[in-house]
Design a protein around this ligand. Sequence first.
Ligand code: BT5
Length: 266
Amino acid sequence: MTPPLNGETLCSLPAGGRFGCPLHRFGSVESTNLEALKLAARGAPEGTVVIADEQTAGRGRLNRSWQSPPGCNLYLSLVLRPAVEPAAAPQLTLTAGAAVAKALSRWCPGTVGVKWPNDVMIRDRKVCGILTEMRLSGGGISSVIVGIGVNVNIPRNELDPAFRAGATSLLEETGRATDRTVLAAALLEELETLYDLWIRDGFPAVRTHWLPYSVLTGKRIRVAFQDEVEEGTAVGLDEDGALLLEESPGARKRILAGDATILKES
Ligand code: BT5
């Protein structure tokens, strides 16, 4: 039996600092990002967290969906109000990715990776997706919602066959159930630390935490964005979070958005 999600425990855990209080806990919602956007529009402070047992319309990027059955996984959204330029907001996806990777490494040391821009992997399979949504007012950031979905206790055979081959869960990787409350607290603790670093020292400081987890670095990849497709070798991350792609020796391109796939070695 999967341990229940316990909002009170989450708030009282030492790790539940600024991030996670206030905590809004739901049984079933359409999307925790949607709830967090509504709360943010009503003035919810930075650090507000929405967490749900189930999502009936969990969202991925570009209107894709996120499989979100009840009773097993983590669906969490965080309200942030950083005083930075809107162009810097995508760095929060990378910041959250590094934080999730650090948290998951407590359960799976040495096998966790990040795949630019928004995936966290275990042994090259997606265990977590991150969706960052921003609202502007007067040209500046009003709020940024960072939504995080982690496959925790879902068995492999319940993952949608459409993406099962490339997905995994903590249960599959560790062989045992994980307490979602403990995982959520670990995640919020790592997030708060890296977010504070980002605010204080900027993205280059966070990048040093992200790069060691990168599964793309040194690989031949294809990046698709709308109708454009680029191929090359992933050689790192620029100071602002853009992916650096080497199309031919010495010819580097900055990629700001897209879906990356590793090409088979020929
Ligand atoms: C993402 O989009 O990976 C972002 C997912 C964010 C989900 C969280 S849950 C809490 C918060 N509230 C929300 O409504 N959303 C956030 P993207 O990179 O576009 O990947 C989506 C693709 O991942 C889908 O098209 C599927 O192929 C695959 N996918 C869907 N559900 C999955 C799952 N549970 N595990 C692994 N892969 C999944």
